[in-house]
Design a protein. Structure first.
Length: 231
């Protein structure tokens, strides 16, 4: 009676991940727990990689849209201490994040850079891609498009955005170079192509908080001045 009462049914998860439970205990050993956690993490990563291979642009768009919106909310609520989120600003930043940081960068990193520099994941090839990204792609294409899109939604239009970027570009590129140079080296040397945008999305959440703060600095200053001048 006591023996049968002490035997509890095994957790179904143990069967899924190939774990075993001893007759005297329903608690798996440390190695089995590690295997359980590893198996639980591998499945969503595998599903994401499979979806990225099958639908690269939609997956990249949704990933970066959500990331961009969330990072701007953190910037507004936590860093800037706002009581309410500026919905227009959040929309502009999320739209840019989804459209260009997702779809655009998928083409740049996985298609264009591969055609220009090859498919090798050695240091020399990765270095060329990192140099092209930090000296050409981001300062001359990516960030100008961000300022143009933001000012189209929030201010006077894309030309005004380019004028603003010409005055602020170095303040944004300095932290970009310091954060992304080594991360992109790792990404181009180690990460499979179908996971590169996903890894960038995970690693760049902090960067987008910084980018949101820097790119909206003059906008927020204008908003503050307008509220103070209002009767």
């Amino acid at each position: 009676m006591l023996a049968s009462a002490s035997r509890r049914p095994a957790n179904p998860l143990y069967k899924v991940y190939g774990l075993s439970v001893s007759r005297t205990s329903s608690v798996p050993c440390k190695a089995e727990l590690k295997h359980l956690v590893t198996g639980a993490l591998q499945r969503p990563i595998s599903l994401y990689a499979s979806a990225s291979q099958r639908w690269p642009l939609p997956v990249a768009f949704v990933t970066c849209l959500l990331k961009g919106s969330a990072s701007d909310v953190v910037t507004q609520k936590v860093v800037e201490g706002k009581d309410e989120v500026d919905a227009k600003r959040n929309f502009a930043f999320a739209a840019f994040s989804g459209s260009y940081l997702g779809c655009g960068q998928h083409y740049v990193y996985n298609v264009l850079f591969t055609r220009l520099f090859g498919v090798g994941q050695n240091f020399a090839t990765a270095f060329k891609k990192v140099a092209a990204d930090g000296l050409v792609h981001v300062p001359l294409v990516c960030h100008p498009l961000l300022f143009m899109m933001e000012d189209t939604v929030l201010r006077g239009g894309p030309i005004e955005g380019l004028a603003r970027y010409s005055n602020e570009w170095l303040d944004i590129m300095k932290p970009y170079w310091s954060i992304w140079t080594f991360l992109h080296l790792f990404n181009f040397m180690v990460t499979p192509p179908e996971l590169r945008i996903g890894l960038i999305a995970c690693m760049s959440f902090l960067w987008l908080i910084i980018l949101s703060l820097l790119s909206h600095k003059s906008y927020e200053a204008g908003q503050c001045k307008s509220s103070q001048d209002a009767p």
